[in-house]
Design a protein around this ligand. Structure first.
Ligand code: AMP
Ligand code: GLY
Length: 436
C-alpha cells in the first residue's frame, strides 16, 4: 500500500460495543466504501456502511480467507485475546495491513509481569510490585509488606483477576483464591502491588511502531453500583474529554509514559502498530500506570469514536503501515461525549440473557446519524430476526453535546427509549463532570 493511500475496504474483528463503534466511525471516514465486522453482533447490520461476517475472532484461517476474499485494505483487531494469540501476525505475514500489535506487543496486556518488567526497565511510573509463582512465595511477600496489597492474576482474566484488598486478611484470601485454580492458567502466577490512590483516567495512543497520535482522555466507571460501589465490571459508562488531564497533563503522559513505552518496545525488537491503552492513576506524586492494554477500552471506545474526525481510517492505515508521518492530522470535535452502558440483570456475575430488546428511538438515532449513537454490545439476532440480549453489557448509549450535562441528559433520554427485561444501568455516570 502506498503512503497516504485510503483504506476503502476495512475489516473490523470483534463482536462487542467497541467493534461496532469502530465500524460505525470507520464507515463514516473519507474514502471508505465498506466495512465488514466479524463476528459483530445483533446491532452490526443496522450500522450504515457495515456488514456482518459470521466468523469467530479465534478463527484465524477463516478471518484471513475473508480478508483476502473481500480484498481488505485494512484490518482493525478489536479485542485482546486474538491479538495475544497472534492474529495480527498471521494476517501481516499474508501481506495485509493490520492495526493491532503482534503477539509480542500484546504481552503489554497479556502478561502483567512482562509489562511491569518493561515499565521498571524504562523508568515508567507505576506501583511498586512483586511477582510470585507459588502460594508460599506470595504469602512471604505479604508478610514482609505487612500491609494490604493489590492482587493480580498474571494472565488475561477478562478484567476479573484483580482484587484491591482493604486488609492484610483480604489480601491473603485473594492470594489463596488465585492459587486455588479459579483463573486457570491466568492464575498460575501473581503480581502483588502497592495500593495507589487517585482518580483513574484512560489514555489511548495510536502507534505506528515509532510515532503516535493521542486521543482525548476518557474516564471509565468500573464499579457496578452507583457512587462507584460494588464489584468491578468491564465498565458501566464513560465520558470524554476527561478534564482530569488537560493538554499539559496529556503531554506529560506522552513524555513520561507513552514515548518511553514505545521506545522500550522497540528496544525489545517489537514494532508495535496499534493502540496502547494506558490505564493511569493520577496520584499526588503524578500519573502512574495501573495497567497497559493492547486495544481500545470498552466503553471508552464507544465514547471517543464520535469525537474523532473523518481522517481516522487514514490514520489507522498509516499506523498499520508504519508511516504515521504521512497521515493527515486527526481532527477532534469540540464538545463532550457521554456513554452509559445498559447491562443485563446479574452482571457482572451471572448475567441473564435471551431477553427481547425493544428500541423506540427515532430512525436517524438508531442509524447513529445524529448526536446520539446506540451501539450494541452483548446482543444477538434470533432465527426469527428478533434482537436479543446475549451478554453482561448489552447496549452502549452515547451522546454528544456542548456540555457534559446536556450530553448525559441526551444519553439518559435515549436509554428511556430502550427496554429489555432485567435492564439495569447506573444513573450517575459522569457524576465527576455533571452539575445536575
Ligand atoms: P486492572 O485489571 O489492572 O485494570 O485493575 C482493575 C482495577 O483495579 C483498576 O481499574 C483499579 O481501579 C484497580 N487497581 C489496579 N491496580 C491498582 C493499584 N496498584 N492501586 C489501586 N487500585 C488498583
Ligand atoms: N474499560 C476498561 C477496559 O476496556 O478494560
Amino acid at each position: 500500500m502506498l503512503p497516504g493511500q485510503t483504506a476503502k475496504r476495512i475489516l473490523v474483528i470483534g463482536g462487542g460495543g467497541r467493534e461496532n463503534a469502530l465500524g460505525w466511525a470507520l464507515a463514516r471516514c473519507s474514502g471508505v466504501e465498506q466495512v465488514w465486522i466479524a463476528p459483530g453482533n445483533g446491532g452490526t447490520t443496522a450500522l450504515v456502511g457495515c456488514q456482518q461476517l459470521a466468523i469467530a475472532e479465534h478463527d484465524h484461517a477463516g478471518l484471513l480467507a475473508a480478508a483476502q476474499h473481500h480484498q481488505i485494505d485494512l484490518v482493525v483487531v478489536g479485542p485482546e485475546a486474538p491479538l495475544a494469540a497472534g492474529l495480527a501476525d498471521t494476517l501481516r505475514q499474508a501481506g495485509l495491513a493490520v492495526f493491532g500489535p503482534g503477539a509480542d506487543g500484546a504481552q503489554l496486556e497479556a502478561s502483567k509481569q512482562w509489562a511491569k518488567a518493561l515499565m521498571v526497565a524504562a523508568g515508567i511510573p507505576t506501583a511498586r510490585h512483586w511477582s510470585a509463582s507459588s502460594l508460599d512465595e506470595a504469602l512471604a511477600v505479604l508478610d514482609a509488606a505487612a500491609a494490604p496489597l493489590v492482587v493480580k492474576a498474571d494472565g488475561l482474566a477478562a478484567g476479573k483477576g484483580v482484587t484491591v484488598a482493604a486488609t492484610v486478611g483480604e489480601t491473603r484470601a485473594a492470594i489463596e483464591e488465585l492459587f486455588s485454580g479459579r483463573f486457570g492458567a491466568a492464575g498460575s502466577c501473581v503480581v502483588l502491588e502497592d495500593i495507589l490512590e487517585g482518580p483513574e483516567v484512560s489514555v489511548f495512543a495510536l502507534c505506528d511502531g515509532k510515532d503516535m497520535v493521542l486521543l482525548p482522555p476518557a474516564q471509565d466507571h468500573k464499579r457496578i453500583g452507583e457512587g462507584d460501589t460494588g464489584p468491578n465490571t468491564g465498565g458501566m459508562g464513560a465520558y470524554a474529554p476527561a478534564p482530569l488531564l488537560d493538554q499539559a497533563g496529556l503531554e506529560q503522559v506522552r513524555q513520561l509514559v507513552l514515548e518511553p513505552t514505545v521506545a522500550a518496545l522497540r528496544a525489545r525488537g517489537i514494532d508495535y502498530r496499534g493502540v496502547i491503552y494506558a490505564g493511569l492513576m493520577l496520584t499526588a506524586a503524578g500519573p502512574k500506570v495501573i495497567e497497559f492494554n493492547c486495544r481500545f477500552g470498552d466503553p471508552e471506545c464507544e465514547t471517543l469514536m464520535p469525537l474523532l474526525g473523518p481522517q481516522l481510517a487514514e490514520v489507522l492505515l498509516a499506523c498499520a503501515n508504519g508511516n504515521l508521518s504521512v497521515a493527515p492530522a486527526l481532527s477532534i470535535h469540540s464538545g463532550c461525549s457521554a456513554c452509559v452502558i445498559a447491562a443485563a440483570a446479574g452482571y457482572p456475575l451471572q448475567a441473564r440473557s435471551g431477553d427481547a430488546i425493544a428500541i423506540t428511538l427515532p430512525a436517524a438515532d438508531q442509524a447513529g446519524q445524529g448526536a446520539l449513537q446506540l451501539f450494541h454490545a452483548g446482543t444477538t439476532t434470533s432465527e426469527t430476526g428478533e434482537c436479543l440480549s446475549a451478554g453482561g453489557r448489552v447496549l452502549a448509549m452515547v451522546a454528544q453535546a456542548p456540555t457534559f450535562d446536556a450530553a448525559f441528559e441526551r444519553a439518559y433520554e435515549g436509554l428511556a427509549q430502550v427496554h429489555f427485561d432485567g435492564m439495569t444501568y447506573r444513573r450517575d455516570i459522569g457524576h465527576q463532570v455533571r452539575t445536575r
